[in-house]
Design a protein around this ligand. Sequence first.
Ligand SMILES: [Ca+2]
Ligand SMILES: [Ca+2]
Ligand SMILES: [Ca+2]
Length: 458
Amino acid sequence: MIVIWAVAISAAIVGGIQIMSFRQAVLGNDALARVQARWAARAGVETMIAILEYHTENPDPTDALVMILDLQDHSSGTLETGSFDIRHFLDGQEFAGPLDEHSKANINLLSSAEFLNIRDMTPDVVGAITDWRDANEEAGMLGAEKPFYHNRGLSYEPRNANFQSFAELELVAGVWPEYTRGEDWNLNGRIDSNEDDGDQTWPEDKPDGILDAGWSELLTAVSRSAAMSPSGEDRLLLAEASTQDVVDRTGITEPQASALLAYAKLPNARLEQLLSVPLTTLSQSGGTSGAQSSGGKSGSGSSTAGGRTGRSSGGRTPTTGGATQGGPGNLDNAAIGRVLNECTLTEFKRPGPGKININTVTGAVLRDVFDMNPKLVDTILSRRDAKPTGLTSLAAVLDIPGMTAQTLAPIAKNLDVQSFVFTITSRGRSFIVGGESEMIVTVDRSMLPAQVLSYREP
Ligand SMILES: [Ca+2]
Ligand SMILES: [Ca+2]
Ligand SMILES: [Ca+2]
């Protein structure tokens, strides 16, 4: 009897231990899968950062796309225990690689008129955004400053400085997440299962395999300016440069360089003006505001053909009305491009809001923020995409048929040909079933080592 009992009890104990260790093994397996997935995602992030840093150290001013393509080519990878992939959605299309924040317009740079072009933006929301951003405490006609938020029992008030993140926009009076996020409810720039299943789960979405991410597709707060030019050097500050410095840096002639320096001394000089007004006209506008504005008008008012001839004949005989014999001669498009890329009028102190990269900007931004003609936008994008090296300067945009100096001039101050800040949304998977992990990391590559601006794991 005792023996039988002993056997029965031992059997029960062994059975119990077996169940327990099986459960622990499952738990251990889950934990292992999670750890492996997380490190796989991290491997993706590190790969992207290494590529961004490589191109900061080895810039190629003759190829505006080389870094973007390099990021794309390494956007997925396999490790011993898992894999990663990095993708993002923009303007109805999924792209491999990290998101270029410079493909969007920076909230901190847009004018009220540009904000109003965006769908679902109303004048009161634009007023509140402006008040949030400006340093003063005076509410605009339709705006909202501190008292507005206090009277509604909110525990926060406007920053009165630049937006630090896109999500901060949702704190502004009258802004709803439905507008800012659209279907991208977790703001990761990627389509998640709950964002593509209709109203089965929150949020409501159109289950069409396309991510419509509302304003977050158009706007960013984290693109940054940098001192770095496409050639990798700090931009040349014209206020402190000699004629020889300008010649060495841009390859323009000495008379052209001194004309450029003369123009740079004028109080309301802007380098983008070179895109629409010949250098001879600009440098001879003599600093009197009247002469300058008439110079601007005659430049941008002349027919496209006239303007183009004026520039492209540069270097030979100046044909512009005001040019005197032996004048500097106008710059051709390539020279204008080098001046815009390599020179600056303002000393770089710290990173401010970044410009849009014409090489990665989406059609949606050009159409819906800058109100550009959709046909022209299609032409710009198809021409750009057909160029294996992309657009290496803003002047190259002028070579696109249908693009005129008048169309480009008003938005040129927002445009550039390079990008510094990227958001890497890396999804890691373990080879053990069920292990998945995501990391969203925003990186600024304008300094070495690259700087991580934000990091989250949703
Ligand atoms: Ca304010
Ligand atoms: Ca998402
Ligand atoms: Ca849903």
